[in-house]
Structure formats: structure tokens, C-alpha cells
Design a protein around this ligand. Structure first.
Ligand SMILES: [Zn+2]
Length: 286
């Protein structure tokens, strides 16, 4: 069983410095058993980062999302109507508690008494520390992982990204590179039930990230990845700016570079078609 002190030591060994701003994607399952659980891993981060540092995590969820936008949407119209009726209106004052897609570590950050959370019905972030409020305040509804998003604010601060027992498929910062590279598929939309109970159309839906793993070997070759262990979890630390720069170079060469290869992936199949014909205007399928 790992202790908070051991996790803090591992974070320091990986090169996390006091005063850093870091976006962490962590799997507690990969770290192994920690005395006190995910909350103690959060405390280990705060201990290493100190008063001037900031810990941020994605807290994405689908509570208010349109069931038609799922990877596998309902097949019949009647099922869709029923599922849509069951979606509650977005309540910005009641952070969704489940089902979170991001795991127990993110949940432990979100529930921390000093945490701030950005107000977005689906693609929100939680942060603790010196920049927490600034990173999460006044975020845009459209292009939620683009310019003016918490990701962009981390970029402005020259922040770090940590993958702890997770793969680049969760390396959310790459979505910011998709926006800045202006790939054709980034302008697609998704739908959320708003506070009024009406469905809102959000432009700039980030969608599938299963192909992001293709960046890893390039980052390693370029010595952008600092690798080590947090508990039992193979982990990587990297400069967010360097990841975004590499991802943009890949996307500007070939717009489909970071799409997944799953033939059944409706998002990447469509995205591939769009990048092949960038001059054809695209009408969102509702
Ligand atoms: Zn895909």
C-alpha cells in the first residue's frame, strides 16, 4: 500500500516542481492501493505544488448531453424521445456527481473543499490552487476545449500535463491543437439540455480522441516525455505547449493524423471524409 509521502516523492522524482500549474489525468487503479485513497493522492499533489501551484483535472460527464450524440445512439425514434425526456435541465449550481467519465481521482479533486469548477454542461474542469479560479471562470459554451477554455489558460501559464497510468487517448490538451490547427471536423456540433429545458447546440464538439495515441512515439523521440512511476502507474510528464505544438504539426500536415482507426467509429469515419474534402461545407446532422 502506498502512502501520501511516497506519492509526493514520486511526483517530485517525475519532475513536478513547486509553483507549477498541472493538468493531471490519473488512474487510481493503475497507481494501486493508496492509504486514504484518491483524496490522499490529491493532497500529495498539493504538497508538491505548494501554495503557488495549481492542480487541474477534466470533470467531463454526459448528464445533460443529447442521447443522439452518444457513440452508440438509440436505434429507434421512440427510444430517443424517451431518453431525451429523461435528461434533466443543466443546473450550474449542482455539479453532476455521476456518471462521471473521468474516474475517482478527478472526482476527488472536484469534491475538494478548495476546488473551483468551470460552468459547462458537459466539458468542465475542476482545479485547486493559486490559479484555480482564473482557470475555471467565464468559460465559453462553444468550442469548450478551444480558445478561452481552461486548457488555453493552462497554456498561457506554460503548464504541464501528467498522464498517470493513462494513455494519450485522454490527453485532452490535444483537442486544443485540433481547434488551433482548424481541422475541418472540429466545427461539428453537439447538443445539451440547457437550464431552460431547451436543447442548445454547442459548436466545436471535440468528440473521439482514441487516435491520440499516435502522438506518443513522436513525443518520445523528441524527448518531450519525462517518464517514471507514480505508485505502480507508468507515468509521463510533459510541457502542454510542446504537446500542442507537436499535435498541430501533425494536423497541419494531414488533418486526419489523430483520428482513430476503428472502422465502426462514426465520428472518425465522418471526420476522415471531412478532412479529405475540406472545401465542402458541412451541415451538422441533428
Ligand atoms: Zn474515433
Amino acid at each position: 500500500m502506498w502512502t501520501r509521502a511516497q506519492i509526493a516523492e514520486d511526483l517530485s522524482t517525475l519532475g513536478l516542481l513547486p509553483g507549477s500549474d498541472v493538468l493531471a489525468h490519473a488512474s487510481m487503479k493503475a497507481i494501486g492501493e493508496v492509504n486514504g485513497g484518491a483524496a490522499e493522492v490529491v493532497e500529495a499533489f498539493l504538497e508538491v505544488l505548494g501554495e503557488d501551484g495549481t492542480l487541474m483535472v477534466p470533470t467531463f460527464h454526459r448528464t445533460y448531453a443529447d442521447p443522439a450524440d452518444r457513440r452508440y445512439p438509440p436505434e429507434t425514434e421512440s427510444e430517443l424521445i424517451q431518453l431525451r425526456a429523461e435528461v434533466p435541465p443543466y443546473d450550474p449550481h449542482k455539479p453532476a456527481s455521476s456518471p462521471l467519465l473521468m474516474g475517482v481521482f478527478s472526482e476527488a479533486v472536484r469534491k475538494h473543499p478548495k476546488a473551483f469548477r468551470s460552468q459547462h454542461p458537459g466539458l468542465s474542469f475542476a482545479a485547486i490552487g493559486a490559479q484555480a479560479e482564473r482557470f475555471t471562470e467565464r468559460v465559453p459554451f462553444d468550442y469548450p476545449l478551444g480558445t478561452h477554455s481552461p486548457l488555453n489558460r493552462l497554456y498561457d501559464r506554460n503548464g504541464q500535463v501528467l498522464l498517470i497510468g493513462t494513455h494519450h487517448s485522454v490527453n485532452t490538451s490535444i483537442h486544443l491543437a485540433e481547434v488551433w490547427a482548424n481541422v475541418a471536423y472540429i466545427h461539428r456540433s453537439a447538443h445539451y439540455k440547457l437550464e431552460t429545458g431547451e436543447w442548445g447546440t454547442m459548436a466545436g464538439s471535440p468528440e473521439c480522441s482514441r487516435g491520440f495515441g499516435k502522438i506518443e512515439s513522436l513525443l518520445r523521440q523528441s524527448r518531450i516525455l519525462k517518464e517514471g512511476y507514480i505508485g505502480n502507474a507508468p507515468s509521463q510528464r510533459m510541457s502542454q505547449r510542446q504537446v500542442i505544438s507537436m499535435a498541430m504539426a501533425m494536423l497541419e500536415g494531414k488533418g486526419a493524423a489523430l483520428l482513430c482507426i476503428d472502422e465502426d467509429c462514426r465520428w472518425c469515419t465522418l471526420a476522415r471524409r471531412m478532412t479529405a474534402t475540406p472545401d465542402v461545407s458541412y451541415a451538422p446532422i441533428v
